[in-house]
Design a protein around this ligand. Structure first.
Ligand code: MTE
Ligand code: MO
Length: 397
């Protein structure tokens, strides 16, 4: 138990860090960490292993060259180690109950035939994506940039399901529970909640397909809640129970875990004066990152190189992406690829031809339609919402 808490519930632990106040360049995409371990679990291709129980696997950066992240390398993140190793689709039921006129028990067949299918492209990003780059370091899964993936989700709007159940107008919250459970009774079950108005906004949905295929078991087969624009902690997998509540939801995973400084842009706080006023994490902040070339690649003198990466936010839309080659003093526009939907990531390109041999450093910064952008330095105790301006150092030969 003790070991479990230390490994997987580090949010419970208060750690005092020394404060590093020296100005510094933004983090690069390389961290001085343990060697990478690649594994291929059932139904998955080669991925970076963070932990095996519960399974936590990161997508290697090269797959972000594709607009839709392939299911067989889509990142995997579970909090609790008791997961079913298979789900019987014939007997599986999604229960919808609580403050409703008619509780429902829906089979997969019901979901596919009784409701109009709905498809949306949305980025699923872990709140702790890129946590390993925080300085000072913080406890928790030491993800690099691969705890995210972009997919086309197909399923049913939650609104349609709640309408069929006759959810009552006085409802406050809706909670979501999956088939996974804690290894011990003393660990709180993973249950998340959304406000009722959000749950029926017509975008929050329950997906039975990801990129046109059933979800991989490790990504929450057979059903995953999709909350476009919000961090993936709300995207409950192996979803088996939706409960409509006439009072605010209470529970560990909403009240103790996944909290950020209340109303603070980019979730910032200081290690030596932590925020006292906290709120559940919610919409994703603005972010951009480099995908190619990777830092260990070498580019060719006199040859045009396509530097490319991704930018995204919580659904307001990326307006521009800019590149700096002088440590953020001046910025030049990058070119944006087609918009794949407001909850999708957006690819950007920047052509660069090195005139001579040597090292070149690039910084990237995105701005969204609301004028929100990225900070030069960012920190919070849990390592959430990472969106510090990133740099890429590359060698030309
Ligand atoms: N049932 C259940 N759903 C869950 C979780 C979990 O531990 N149990 N983890 C959440 C978190 S923190 C993340 S980042 C996403 C990851 O989704 P993926 O594993 O399909 O990539 O699932 C979310 N849904
Ligand atoms: Mo997460």
């Amino acid at each position: 138990m003790k070991r479990y808490l230390t490994t997987y519930l580090p949010l419970l632990i208060f750690i005092q860090f020394s404060c590093n106040t020296k100005p510094k360049a933004p983090a690069t995409t390389v961290s001085a960490d343990a060697p990478e371990m690649l594994v291929s679990p059932a139904g998955k291709d080669s991925m970076l292993l963070l932990t095996d129980r519960p399974p936590n696997l990161e997508t290697p950066l090269k797959y972000f060259l594709e607009d839709y992240t392939p299911n067989n390398v889509f990142f995997v993140r579970w909090h609790l180690s008791s997961l079913p190793s298979k789900v019987d689709i014939d007997t599986f039921r999604l229960r919808v109950n609580g403050n409703v006129a008619t509780p429902l028990e829906l089979s997969m067949e019901d979901l596919k035939t009784k409701f109009k299918p709905y498809t949306i492209t949305a980025l699923c990003q872990c709140a702790g994506n890129s946590r390993s780059f925080f300085d000072p370091r913080v406890a928790g899964g030491q993800w690099k940039n691969g705890a995210m993936g972009n997919a086309k989700w197909t399923g049913v709007k939650l609104k349609d399901i709640l309408e069929l159940a006759g959810a009552k107008a006085n409802s406050k919250d809706v909670s979501f529970n999956g088939l996974d459970g804690p290894p011990m009774d003393s660990t709180p079950d993973f249950v998340k909640a959304l406000h009722y108005d959000h749950a029926i906004d017509g975008e929050v949905m329950i997906a039975y397909e990801m990129n046109g295929e059933p979800l991989p078991l490790l990504n929450g087969y057979p059903l995953k809640l999709v909350v476009p624009g919000w961090y993936a902690t709300y995207w409950v997998g192996m979803l088996s129970e939706v409960q409509v509540l006439d009072k605010p939801f209470k529970g560990f995973w909403m009240e103790k875990a996944y909290l950020v400084p209340k109303g603070v842009v980019n979730g910032n706080e200081k290690p030596d004066s932590l925020s006292k006023d906290m709120e559940p994490i919610n919409k994703m902040d603005v972010r951009s990152l480099f995908v190619s070339p990777e830092p260990e690649n070498t580019i060719e003198v006199g040859k045009a190189t396509d530097i490319q990466g991704l930018a995204f936010d919580g659904g307001d839309g990326i307006e521009k992406v800019e590149i700096s080659q002088d440590s953020g003093k001046t910025w030049k526009p990058a070119r944006l690829d087609a918009d794949l939907g407001k909850y999708s990531w957006r690819r950007w390109h920047y052509n660069f031809t090195p005139a001579e041999k040597g090292n070149y450093v690039f910084w990237v910064k995105a701005t969204n339609s609301k004028g929100l952008s990225q900070p030069f330095h960012q920190w919070n105790r849990s390592g959430y919402m990472r969106n510090e301006i990133e740099s890429l150092a590359i060698n030309a030969q």
